[in-house]
Write a protein that binds this ligand. Sequence first.
Ligand code: PMP
Ligand code: GLN
Length: 381
Amino acid sequence: MIHFPSKQPQVQTTIFTKMSQLALDEGALNLSQGFPGFDCSDELQELLKFYAKGHNQYAPMAGVPALRHSIADKTRAFYDIELDANTEVTVVSGATEALFAAIHCCVSTGDEVIMFDPSYDAYDPIVRLAGGIPVHIPLHAATGFRIDWEDLARAITPKTRAIMVNTPHNPTGSVWSMEDLDAFAEVVKGTNILIVSDEVYEHIVFDGAQHASVLLHPELRKRSFVCGSFGKTYHITGWKMGYCLAREYLTSEFRKLHQWVTFSSATPLQYALADYLKTPAHYLGLSDFYQKKRDLFASFFQDTRWKILPSHGSFFQCLDYSEISSEPDVDLAVRLTKELKVASIPVSVFYETPPNDRILRFCFAKNDDMLEEAAQRIAKL
Ligand code: PMP
Ligand code: GLN
């Protein structure tokens, strides 16, 4: 064996991989890892089949022009925002790559990057790999995981290089409002702080709310890398296709990173998406579609000892079980998978210093029958 120092000695296999594997081993209903339990549309599959002929060589590094233009057109139609398809849109292999390239293109040794816990599991290790120092600000269920803007202002130092944003939020389902954008802008105004904004659930926002993209606020937009994913919007998490939207001076640095990570993303997938994005109906109905599933799943926990935490966006429902058990959430998630055959994700793993909460996250992007069966198995606890 060759000995070498691990670059990530504290890092383990992700909780999503662990819980999905356990669900498979146990024959459990898998509401842990976030992916749709149904297929993408026939139309998208036909487009892929069509473009699999004759479009099988490298795409341009920044993405095929047809897809970059479709993304810019969709952004204009949905947000009323003009993007330059040539200089402000980059196609990448999933939002994970967008996050990696955005963080690595601007974070150097000793730079601090602020993130709000619970934070998506990729942020902290990517910052560390870039030599940066993650600064975690904990948010709490009792206050609806709202951000205290004064806490944020206090966490900023001369070393703060960037702040991670995630709305709609994984794992809690909280969403930012336009007022949040204003408050955030007040904090960063006059600084050189950059923003990496993870907006992969932009089209899954409930109860009539509008997604508050940082693109909508000029003070935020000028300093933001917006990371998006087609996986969530079109039920194609396995395609690993995403994009980064950013001003030209940020995009040019982003692309320097992207060219060394993957260089370019799968060509036939890009052409298929370029066509598919042209029909707004493919994403406009998504919030209603998932809101029905959220409501169906939650309905089984009314009048039980599970406490339903509000889910305003994403396809996750968090449930508080503190009235049922004092068991740590990691243990309960494993036990429920083994004994009741329902897999979930413990929320404590998304904290640097986990609070004393007792919360599990359930993915409701599943067929109604499965949601009903899973809910009935655990509601009786
Ligand atoms: N950010 C968040 C908040 C996510 O939930 C996910 C994936 N589920 C990603 C990024 C990664 O997206 P992708 O699969 O497109 O890499
Ligand atoms: N983002 C998905 C989730 O939150 C998982 C993605 C992954 O497995 N890396 O469940």
